[in-house]
Write a protein that binds this ligand. Structure first.
Ligand code: ADP
Ligand code: MG
Ligand code: MG
Length: 884
């Protein structure tokens, strides 16, 4: 059996899981298994999607009899006597997409399938409601025409508008059965005209067409973009669920809605959702009619008039509330639920773990631990480390002045300022040029996904809290204000009217996603407070992780930030960053331009006090913690002027002639500086440079030990070592400087000498290098460049294509290339530790803050990861997850 029936007491594939059944199919099975009111159906599992593509986009022949058997199951399970295609008593089905992970609105769904010119009459007679039958047929032709036959949906929408104009009404609900019957005739005419063939009347042909179209939507352009943004592999494929229709559009005791079991923006307890009376599912999500509140409290809080579901349908609402509790307890997570009420009877159509903001994720995880629903381990695993980024960004200053021009719904929290852009393409274009933009739309659709991603925030005129814009924005961590009714967009004039204020595209506005306010101009921001749930979860994470987390920092401000984020030391302080200040660059240039060692030493002597003060500041903040200081690394010409106009100034300041300066510049020119005279090659040729830096480090360490009573642990790191001999020579220079300082001051402080592993040769010869090195720090940025032979600074031209074509699964400069670079890291770790048990191992490349790379570091048993200050909390959580 390829397909998996469920409902009517059957849950054939219960437990087969999401990879096989897709998220939607797996949860429908699970809910059917625990006896919840799920309309019966069957799932065509995900592997068939690949078969479908392999067969050139046609359904595999073996599937066809199975689909027929699945329909047989539904007919039996509904037990009403309805049969698929029966003119007298027709069964209608939906054909739904569903991948392993939810991709909201990215793929297609067809509702009311099984209607044709004959069955519509049977449906009308059976239901005693001709309007409902024709409305369903109208919806079906439109959806099928759009999704399966590829006919532009605006053709149908225009026809609907004409029908309403002819009758002089404004709402779809004001069209009666005869109007809708006429509209169906018009729709069928559109189909025949557009595709040159009549609308398929054979229900089996309809079904096969819809299944094929849903498989096809897996590779639609918008699904492609979504997959790329979310790292979802193309070969997963989608499952297809075929399910008996239930009708939310059968009058005033029927309804459809979407709900979360807790607030997805804040994580507060309490049901949270929207519904529409007398409507079908798509109406709520599409943002076409503005939906009503689920609970009375939410309605009152918003000051809305239209009755909440709690008030309009109290009995079903109570059942629904019980169902929410049951599902939350069953899945032990916040659920996002789609439901339909058909003439007072409740059905669940979908449940899944709800997408949520970082703030909500933290609150829900902590609350659920308190409620005894989950343990600390589960709470740690529930929060996506990358999402914490949202928590670390500034929020609007409550004291700042706000020039509010419009209000909407607080659909996704956070603050964003930027220039108004009116379409996704413009958003992408302007964002690519480095501009902050806010995407302003009447409503968003899945086609807008790339523009939403490019924008800092999203503002829509229509749509509720569960609209496409809101759900996608929350998932992306973009602030969003939706349903700002007082907002009118003029696409011709390319301007927006906010009540009384008109702003042109490009004008700057600020969104407050926490309360739905939109302000003119930029509003001041404040740093976030990392207390409460955030702090609690971090403490749990710290208790579970085994790797330490350090930071890459060299300014006192960055060091202080990192410590407040929980950094346990510095993994990389880049000394060259300290040489660029205007007072120092002169001495640096003097040193470079000096004709001999004596000249260099004279210039270095002027740099020594400044460098010592740098280290003293850092060591003071990091007293008691390890601080890895990397000795000078970049090629010297980076410090010389590059522009003609600067030469005279520099010549002046350094007292060297312009001609000498130019000659020296030319001498230092390198064709490939990344592989040139840099790193320890500078120390080997000019040992006095490293000698000065080492002296500055030890003088500062001794000073801090005396002042603060606690010494830092300096770890002096030699960059770009490829052979043991390089390190042996440099270690001698460093040790000599240490001994000299200790002798002069009479104070000894502990220190380590080690090296960065950033050349393949060093990784391979790690065994002998470890004889001299007391620690290794994997410099995976350079190690990636040198292993892959790809220059980081030039890769952007082709790396995107490489990732698209699957040559590298990810950008190797963001996520460690585990197979290649990772193998070298593993070899170096093993050989290094074999030669020197207890060798300290860490990583200090960009990868040190990337959760996937951190997981790999855990498997190698590294002692620590080091990342930029702002990623420290992310690394703490990722390291805990890696350890669990
Ligand atoms: P998506 O993955 O885009 O949410 P769904 O397959 O969940 O697509 O379908 C969209 C909407 O269509 C659902 O929210 C639901 O309300 C409605 N729907 C789907 N199947 C049925 C059905 N069998 N009966 C009634 N409504 C349905
Ligand atoms: Mg859905
Ligand atoms: Mg390097």
């Amino acid at each position: 059996m390829i397909i998996h029936p469920f409902g009517g007491g059957v849950a054939s594939a219960h437990g087969l899981g999401k990879n096989h059944l897709g998220g939607k199919g797996a949860n429908l099975h699970e809910m059917a298994g625990i006896g919840l009111p799920v309309p019966p159906g069957f799932v065509i599992p995900t592997p068939v999607c690949a078969d479908h593509y392999a067969a050139g986009g046609t359904l595999p022949p073996a599937l066809l009899p199975e689909i027929a058997a699945g329909i047989g199951h539904i007919e039996t399970a509904v037990a009403s006597g309805a049969r698929f295609g029966d003119a007298d008593h027709p069964l209608l089905v939906s054909v739904r997409s569903g991948a392993r992970v939810s991709m909201p609105g990215m793929m297609d769904t067809v509702l009311n399938l099984g209607l044709n010119d004959a069955t519509v009459l049977g449906l009308a007679a059976r239901s005693g409601d001709a309007r409902f039958a024709w409305d369903s047929y109208r919806r079906f032709v439109q959806m099928y025409g759009d999704v399966v036959l590829g006919i532009d949906h605006y053709l149908f929408e225009d026809a609907l508008e004409y029908a309403k104009e002819d009758k002089g009404v404004s709402l779809d609900t004001e069209l009666d059965a005869d109007d809708l019957k006429a509209l169906v005739a018009a729709y069928l005419g559109i189909v025949e005209r557009e595709q040159g063939a009549p609308f398929p009347q054979d229900v089996t042909a309809q079904l096969h067409g819809a299944v094929a179209a849903v498989f096809g939507s897996w590779r639609s352009e918008r699904a492609d973009v979504y997959r790329r943004l979310n790292d979802i592999p193309e070969d997963w494929g989608t499952a297809v669920t075929v399910q008996a229709m239930v009708f939310g559009n059968r009058g005033e005791t029927s309804a459809t809605g979407v709900a979360f079991t807790r607030d997805p923006s804040t994580g507060e307890r309490g049901y949270y959702g929207e519904y529409l009376l007398n409507a079908q599912g798509e109406d709520v999500v599409a943002g076409i009619r503005t939906p009503q509140y689920l609970t009375r409290a939410a309605r009152e809080k918003a000051g809305a008039k239209a009755a909440s579901m709690e008030e309009a349908l109290p009995v079903v609402y109570a059942e629904l509330a019980a169902l929410f509790d049951l599902l939350e307890r069953h899945y032990r997570d916040m659920q996002d639920i789609e439901f339909t009420v058909e003439q007072g009877k409740l059905f669940v159509l979908q449940t899944r773990s709800g997408k949520r903001t970082a703030k909500a994720a933290l609150k829900i995880a902590c609350d659920m631990v308190e409620e005894g629903l989950i343990d600390q381990r589960t709470a740690i695993l529930r929060v996506d480390p990358a999402m914490l980024d949202q928590m670390l960004h500034p929020t609007l200053d409550p004291a700042a002045k706000r020039d509010v021009i419009v209000r909407g719904l607080p659909a996704s929290p956070g603050a964003a300022s930027g220039a108004i852009v009116l379409d996704s393409e413009t958003a992408e274009k302007r964002a690519a040029m480095g501009e902050d933009v806010i995407l302003v739309r009447v409503e968003t659709s899945p086609e807008d996904i790339a523009g939403m991603h490019a924008a800092r925030g999203i503002l829509t005129a229509r749509g509720g809290m569960t609209s496409h814009a809101a759900v996608v924005a929350r998932g992306m961590g973009r602030p969003c204000v939706s349903g700002a009714g007082n907002l009118a967009i003029d696409m011709n004039a390319r301007s927006v009217r906010f009540g009384g204020v008109e702003l042109a595209e490009g004008a700057v506005i600020t969104l407050d996603g926490a309360n739905g306010e939109v302000m003119r101009g930029t509003v001041a921001t404040v740093q976030p407070e990392l207390t409460g749930d955030f702090a609690r979860l971090m403490l749990w994470a710290d208790a579970h992780r085994t790797m330490a987390v350090r930071t890459n920092a060299e300014t006192p401000a960055d060091c202080a930030t990192a410590r407040s984020f929980g950094a346990e030391g510095i993994g990389l302080a880049r000394t060259e960053h300290m040489f660029f200040s205007p007072e120092r660059i002169v001495s640096v240039r003097e040193m470079i331009l000096a004709a001999d060692e004596a000249g260099r030493r004279a210039a270095l002597a002027k740099l020594l006090p400044a460098q010592r003060e740098d280290f003293r500041a850092i060591f003071g903040i990091m007293a008691g913690l390890p601080v890895t200081v990397r000795l000078l690394d970049p090629p010297l010409h980076e410090f010389l002027p590059q522009r003609e106009a600067d030469f005279a100034d520099v010549a002046d300041a350094t007292g060297v002639g312009v001609d000498v300066l130019k000659r020296r510049n030319a001498e230092l020119h390198e064709f490939n500086p990344m592989l040139g005279h840099r790193g320890c090659r500078l120390g080997v040729t000019f040992p006095e440079i490293y000698e000065m830096q080492a002296r500055a480090i030890f003088e500062a360490a001794v000073a801090v030990a005396q002042e603060a009573g606690v010494a830092p642990l300096p770890e002096v790191m030699v960059p770009l070592v490829g052979t043991r001999r390089e390190l042996t020579l440099m270690k001698a220079v460093i040790d000599a400087a240490a001994e000299a300082v200790f002798a002069e001051t009479g104070v000894r402080v502990p220190y380590l000498v080690g090296t960065m592993i950033e050349l393949p040769r060093a990784a391979l010869r790690a065994g002998e290098i470890a004889e001299d090195a007391e620690f290794f720090s994997f410099g995976t940025n350079d190690l990636t460049q040198t292993t892959l032979g790809i220059s980081r600074d030039d890769a952007s031209r082709f790396l995107g294509v490489y990732v698209d074509k699957g040559i590298y699964a990810h950008d190797p400069f963001v996520t460690l290339d585990v197979d290649g670079v990772g193998e070298l890291v593993r070899i170096a770790a093993e050989r290094g530790r074999a030669a020197r048990p207890g060798l300290k191992l860490g990583i200090c490349g960009e990868h040190g803050g990337d959760p996937a790379s951190i997981a790999f570091c855990q498997t190698l048993g590294l002692d620590y990861v080091s990342c930029s200050p702002w990623r420290v909390p992310i690394a703490r959580l990722a390291a805990a997850q890696a350890a669990l």
